[in-house]
Design a protein around this ligand. Sequence first.
Ligand SMILES: [Mg+2]
Length: 185
Amino acid sequence: MLGAIAGDVIGSVYEGALPGPEDFPLFHASCFPTDDSVLTIAVAEAILDGEPYLTAIRRWALRHPDAGYGVMFHRWMVGDVTGPYNSYGNGSAMRVSPAAWIHDTLEATLAEAQRTSEVTHDHPEGIRGAQAVAGRSSSRAPAAAARACAGWSRTGSATTRRCRSSRCGATRSSTRPARARCRRR
Ligand SMILES: [Mg+2]
């Protein structure tokens, strides 16, 4: 999810442009979050609050109406289109990443990805696009994100601890431990 948002912000100033040099600044003053970030957060909030994807996505889109939506999505979000509109664009894939964090199995992740997609992108290719991204994310970081870490090791810093789980890499501040979550368990 963080990668999706970071990539959206980094790529915001290059969208629609010809390929540039491989060596370019990732973040600079002109970068900004686009519809990809807005709708990724909408999906995450729907998951966390147990809210239908349709209402969370529409609410977040209306909260940020100029984030760069496609024409069909814009018509859907303002209510001109009722129900999904058979899209097979990339909009279902760009917002799906939170779905990969809440399930331990690929099967459950793919089912969740379908639910995030079919409120707008109900074409089989739209659903497959979301499942491809979520499935890939799931195989690399199974949902263990929601579980508390078993233990933390000291680092060189007086206030930073590092997760003991193999390859997790998570760190936490000793002053805000409740915010830390293991990424591997
Ligand atoms: Mg965008």
